[in-house]
Design a protein around this ligand. Sequence first.
Ligand SMILES: [Zn+2]
Length: 364
Amino acid sequence: MQVTSGVGGTGVVAVLRNGSGPTLLLRGDMDALPVAEETGAPYASRVVVEQPDGSRTPVMHACGHDLHTTALVGTARLLADLRARWRGTLVAIAQPGEEIGQGARRMIADGLFDRFPRPDVALALHVWPELAPGRVGITPGWWAANVDSVDIAVYGRGGHGARPQDAVDPVVIAAQLVVALQTIVSRRIDPLEPAVVTVGSIHAGSKHNVIPDAAHLQLTVRSFDDAVRERLLASIREIAQGTCQTYGCTRPPEIAVKDEHTPAAYNDPELARGAGALLAEVLGAEAVAEVPRTMGGEDFGVYARTLGIPALLFRLGAIDPASLSGPPPSLHSGRFLPDADPALRTGLRALAHLALWQLGAPGE
Ligand SMILES: [Zn+2]
């Protein structure tokens, strides 16, 4: 196995050539999150890192990416041991930067598909707290959303809080804008098309009795369909400009769509059906569930979009609901703790069987 590190930053690419046949991409993401671990596990993270702004923050694998990378390494080892049972090329990649939606893009920009064999199909898994260990979930078609981040700056004219008649209050304008933005999904988008506009951050001012000069909003915008995405972004611009004009802003708003867009991810329906049938044989029919799509984002979709190849990411059961008194801690929670041993066993079996299936498995 030929291993190259430092691809697209800290990415790792392992290539195992085993005669002529298809090329399979297996992807495990490996980044953590700036969340303090509260699981109480004996192996809980105690790592503290420096942020780009110089502040220090505890980090943990709150999205289970450590388990993904472990499953990736285990599957690559299994396939190396079982090379008499398949033909082709395995490209196993450990990807950084999934949480910031940049890792896949950076690895591709650093020559993932030029310096290494070009895949015909791509597979990955993601732990899923709503499925018990031993189970897997499959979603045919679109399964993760387009994610856009939008910054809006609203400009008024500051002044004394007791003399609003002399000022243009950006706080009130921003408040109107937050409400007006909610009419995009309710009034402008087909109700049968999923879409979300969330204002996750709003900042203005520093004191009770001072009207500030500006207000800043940060939005996350979600969709599946690219035409819906365009309509959402165009509507945000229109409504922000119109609101600012209506309330007499001192200059037009600044609206910046961040270029960290994560495209919606698609599970090839035929691949998903075949994988579901195979995993039902391997794990038992009751172990395979069809799970609904999510408005969450995943940059795994970038690989298939870039090459126009089929791809599948399946969900891996991680937490037994019987072991909890309430609902399971969600992904990105400081209390997210997958039941690692059974989840990993199932992940390895599923990923290895799917890989052997895609790589011909001669003689089986
Ligand atoms: Zn994740």
